[in-house]
Each structure stands twice: as structure tokens, then as C-alpha cells.
Design a protein. Structure first.
Length: 252
């Protein structure tokens, strides 16, 4: 099959036009590999090889384009290519090539991921460590990266979150507020050994707790007295206060 024309496209691609009117899109590397610029002729066997190798190049350049937008993990790139329907063997060989060329490195990715989470999220070290399970890292590599999330840094972030939660919850008792913040911090991935200490030093003192209790009592009294009176009113108020986490206060 005689080649009569080459037309350059984007990303190192060419369209080859044959004498028969057929057009074949392929890569510059393959044109050079099979000496098509010199031979000006394309056999059926060579055409079949080019079509097979086109797919290999397609996967490689699709992966490169995906990596251009931001740093990716091997896990992300593999899933991205598999979802596009490419065979797992071809995906694996492409990833191996990208790793060899330095485009994919989960250790470097993990360090960048840690810095990003510290800067732009409230995640604790345990939650970040969970994300590392998706990466191709050794246990030593995980430990090395997480060393940057020091206990001092974790304590500072815990205290900051607690103070923010306290300012946002003026009507809760110490008990319910502590439960809420503790659960939130556990979900965010902070070590429980640090939580009790920080919670006990930051939460409201007894005087503040009494003031909140009185305020809530009066609010409930105004609301429930429209429906209840006497002992039933007092019972309903106590029940609502108990649900809000108040445990130790007597009659007002």
C-alpha cells in the first residue's frame, strides 16, 4: 500500500494517507520505527503492528494528560485507565514505564498529600495514614512521611478545633459538648490519648456551665409552660435538659 501524504496533528500524531484513499492515524515514533518516511510503503503486516502499538501509545499519552492537571498516585492512575476500558496488563506496563520515567512516585505523592491535608483540611494523622493504604508504600516509608505530623502539631490542631467548636456551641452542656467534640476529633483521625487532656483544659468552667444551664432552663420554661404546669412542667423541663447533657443541677 503506497503512502502518498503525511499530515501532522497534535501531540506527535500524524495522519497517513494511502493511495487507496484510506487514512491511518498514528504516532511519529511509529513512523520512524518502521521507516515509513523512507520506504513510502505500508504492508498489511506493518499496518497490523502499528494499530496494536497505537493503543499502547494512546494509553501512555492519556495517562500523561491525566498527570498534567495535578500530582496523582499510582492507585488513581490505574483506576482511571481501567475505567476507560484498557486491559489490566497494558495498564500495568504503562504504569511501570511512567514510574521508570519519574512521572509516578507514591513516596513523593504521599509527602505532598500530607502537606496538602495539613494546610487545607482538619484531618488528623490517623485519617491520613488510612489514605496511605491505597499507595504503593512500604511501612517504613509511611512512618517516614508521618513523622512530619508531629505530636506538637497534632496537639495544636486539636486545641484549635476544640476552641472553634466551643465558640459555635453556646447552648450545650459540658457533657454533651465534650461528647460531640470527642466523636468529631476521633472521626477526623486524632489520637485519643491526646483528646482527654485537651478537652479537660479547654471546655467551660463550672460557672460558665451554670450560666448556660440557667439560660436553657428559662428558655424551656417559657416554651413548655404553654402546655404544662406544676410538677409535669418541671418533669418535662428536666427531661429536655437531660437530653441536652445537663446532669448535676438542682432546682432554680
Amino acid at each position: 500500500m503506497k503512502i502518498i501524504k503525511y499530515q501532522k496533528k497534535k501531540q506527535g500524531k500524524y495522519v497517513i494517507e494511502l493511495e487507496s484513499g484510506i487514512e491511518i492515524e498514528t504516532y511519529e515514533d511509529l513512523i520512524l520505527k518502521y521507516d515509513l518516511l523512507i520506504k513510502k510503503d505500508l504492508s498489511l503486516e506493518t499496518l497490523q503492528k502499528i494499530e496494536e502499538e497505537n493503543i499502547v501509545y494512546d494509553v501512555y499519552f492519556i495517562a500523561l494528560k491525566y498527570l498534567k492537571t495535578k500530582m496523582r498516585s499510582i492507585y488513581e492512575v490505574r483506576n482511571y485507565l481501567l475505567k476507560k476500558g484498557y486491559a489490566s496488563e497494558l495498564v500495568s506496563s504503562t504504569i511501570d514505564l511512567l514510574k521508570h520515567q519519574g512521572y509516578l512516585d507514591d513516596f513523593t505523592y504521599a509527602k505532598a498529600f500530607l502537606h496538602d491535608r495539613i494546610a487545607f483540611s482538619s484531618d488528623g494523622p490517623l485519617k491520613i495514614k488510612e489514605e496511605f493504604e491505597k499507595l504503593e508504600l512500604t511501612e517504613d516509608q509511611k512512618k517516614t512521611v508521618l513523622l512530619e505530623y508531629t505530636e506538637e502539631l497534632e496537639s495544636e490542631r486539636i486545641e484549635k478545633i476544640i476552641l472553634k467548636q466551643v465558640r459555635a456551641n453556646h447552648s450545650k452542656s459540658n457533657y454533651s459538648l465534650k461528647q460531640k467534640i470527642y466523636q468529631n476529633l476521633c472521626t477526623l483521625g486524632y489520637h485519643t490519648s491526646l483528646l482527654e487532656e485537651k478537652l479537660s483544659t479547654v471546655l467551660q468552667d463550672e460557672e460558665t456551665e451554670d450560666a448556660i444551664y440557667k439560660k436553657e432552663y428559662q428558655k424551656l420554661y417559657r416554651k413548655l409552660s404553654r402546655k404544662y404546669s406544676g410538677k409535669e412542667l418541671e418533669y418535662q423541663i428536666r427531661q429536655k435538659l437531660f437530653q441536652k447533657g445537663f446532669r448535676k443541677h438542682g432546682d432554680l
